[in-house]
Design a binder for this molecule. Structure first.
Ligand code: SAH
Length: 272
C-alpha cells in the first residue's frame, strides 16, 4: 500500500498553489521550539516530518491534521530525498498547504536548502522558520560555550558523513586543524576515529579537549569528554549512538565548571 497520497489533480494556476512552511523543530527538548514554529504547527493541516522530531512537537498540530513520516533512518527508511521533494511539490501544486518539519534547523545539515530551491524553482510559495540547531542545544545543555574570547574566535560546523563513494570523509583537514577555533561535527559517530586521526595528522594538538554529546537536550542526554586522542576509544567503549555531536576545542575544558548539576547523574566520564 502506498502510504503517501496520490494528489487528485494539479492546479494550472500557480496563484492557487498551497504554501509550504519549512520548519525547524529544534534539537530535541520540545520546549526549545520557537513560538513562531509552535503557532505554525497549531495552524497546520498536513505535516511531513523527519525522524529527529519528537512526539510532543508533532502533537502540537491539530488532531485533525494529517501527519506523514518521510524521514530517513537506516533501519526505518521512508522516502529518498528526491521523492520527498517530489511529494511536497505535488501536494503544494494541488493546492495543499503543508508544514515540512525537520530536526534542529532545516538549513543546517537538514537538506532544507535543496527543498527551498525546488520550491522556489517551481513557483511554490514557501517560508522558513529557523530552529535551534543541535550544536546550540548541545553547547547549552552539556556546558560547553561554543565560543569564548580566550579560547575560540571561530566556530566551524562540519559534517562527518562519508563521501558518496563511502571511502572517506571529505573535509579540509588543514583548515579544521587550526588553533583557536571550535569544531562541531554533525553525523560523525561512525567516522569519529577517522576525524580525530586526520585532525592530529594535520597539526591539531593531540591533547586538544574533545566531547561527544549524545541525544543533546533530551532527558537521557549523555556527554563523554576526553581529548582528540582518547575520545574515539571512549565513545566505542560506551557505545555512543546517533544522534550525537562531536565538539573539539579548548572550550570543552570549561565543561566541569559549567555542566548543569542536574545532569551529573548521566555523567559517564568526568572531564579531564
Ligand atoms: N538540521 C539538524 C541536523 C541534522 S543532521 C540540526 O540543525 O541540528 C543529523 C545530525 O545532527 C545527527 O547525526 C547528529 O550529529 C546531530 N544531532 C541532531 N540532533 C541531535 C541531538 N539531540 N543531540 C546530538 N546530536 C544531534
Amino acid at each position: 500500500m502506498n502510504a503517501f497520497p496520490e494528489t487528485p489533480y494539479l492546479l494550472a494556476d500557480p496563484s492557487r498553489y498551497g504554501h509550504v512552511t519549512l520548519l525547524g523543530a529544534g534539537p530535541g527538548d520540545p520546549e526549545l521550539l520557537t513560538i513562531k514554529a509552535a503557532k505554525a504547527l497549531q495552524r497546520s493541516s498536513l505535516v511531513l516530518y523527519d525522524h529527529l522530531v519528537s512526539e510532543e512537537i508533532l502533537a502540537l498540530a491539530p488532531a485533525t491534521a494529517e501527519r506523514l513520516y518521510v524521514g530517513k533512518q537506516a533501519s526505518r527508511h521512508a522516502l529518498p530525498q528526491e521523492q520527498i521533494i517530489e511529494l511536497m511539490l505535488r501536494l503544494a501544486r494541488s493546492g495543499r498547504s503543508l508544514v515540512r518539519l525537520k530536526g534542529g534547523d532545516g538549513y543546517i545539515f537538514g537538506r532544507g536548502g535543496e527543498e527551498a530551491i525546488a520550491l522556489a524553482e517551481a513557483g511554490v510559495p514557501f517560508s522558513v522558520i529557523p530552529g535551534l540547531s543541535a550544536a546550540q542545544g548541545a553547547g547549552a545543555s552539556a556546558g560547553i560555550p561554543l565560543t569564548h574570547r580566550d579560547h575560540a574566535g571561530a566556530l566551524v560546523f562540519a559534517t562527518g558523513h562519508l563521501r558518496s563513494d563511502r571511502q572517506a570523509v571529505d573535509l579540509d583537514w588543514e583548515a579544521l586543524a587550526r588553533p583557536r577555533q571550535t569544531l562541531v561535527i554533525y553525523m560523525g559517530v561512525g567516522t569519529l576515529p577517522v576525524i580525530c586521526r586526520e585532525l592530529v595528522a594535520h597539526g591539531l594538538a593531540a591533547d586538544t579537549p574533545a566531547a561527544i554529546v549524545e541525544r543533546a537536550t533530551m532527558p537521557d542526554e549523555r556527554c563523554l569528554t576526553g581529548t582528540v586522542t582518547t575520545l574515539p576509544m571512549l565513545a566505542a567503549q560506551q557505545k555512543v549512538r546517533t544522534p550525537a555531536l562531536i565538539v573539539i576545542g579548548s572550550v570543552v575544558g570549561l565543561r566541569p565548571l559549567l555542566a548543569q548539576r542536574r545532569r551529573e547523574t548521566n555523567e559517564l566520564e568526568a572531564c579531564a
